[in-house]
Design a protein around this ligand. Sequence first.
Ligand code: HNI
Length: 147
Amino acid sequence: MVEWTDDERAAINTIFSKLDYDSVGPEALSRCLIVYPWTQRYFGGFGNLYNAEAIMCNPMIAAHGTLVLHGLDRALKNMDDIKNTYAALSELHSEKLHVDPDNFRLLADCLVVVIAGRMGYEFSPDMQAAFAKFLSVVVSALGRQYH
Ligand code: HNI
């Protein structure tokens, strides 16, 4: 089981308390689709993804980005059992959506970039370390139902 120090828990909660889900989620997902364009293949039904501007203005992508952040909220509220919390979501991404699990890491990296931009120097190395650990646990849990 993953162990969390009080400082790590505090850092992760601070980051989430400052997150504007409705803007950080869309920006992180848009970045992922722009920076790693092969990730667009899963969003064929999401309308216009023609270029970076189209992706950033796409309301379906924005809504999905917000949804993904709310999905992360579940890990935040169940930090001591992220693995089981994400069992069904992992199965969905594997069996039904056929999302390559490498992509979870790419989206996580985009999220770090967006949060660093928003928080600036307040996003200290210690905070980044705690958040990187949190995202690693999330990525690993989402990848668990793949065989
Ligand atoms: Ni993801 C649906 C959470 C990464 C492609 N995804 C969801 C849903 C949640 C969610 C929640 C809605 C599930 C439902 O309908 O019950 N996704 C997450 C989280 C991460 C993540 C927490 C990682 C941090 N998803 C990714 C990545 C991709 C991805 C990296 C592809 C590159 N997800 C999808 C697709 C859907 C989806 C595609 C279905 C969208 C739809 O509405 O058709």
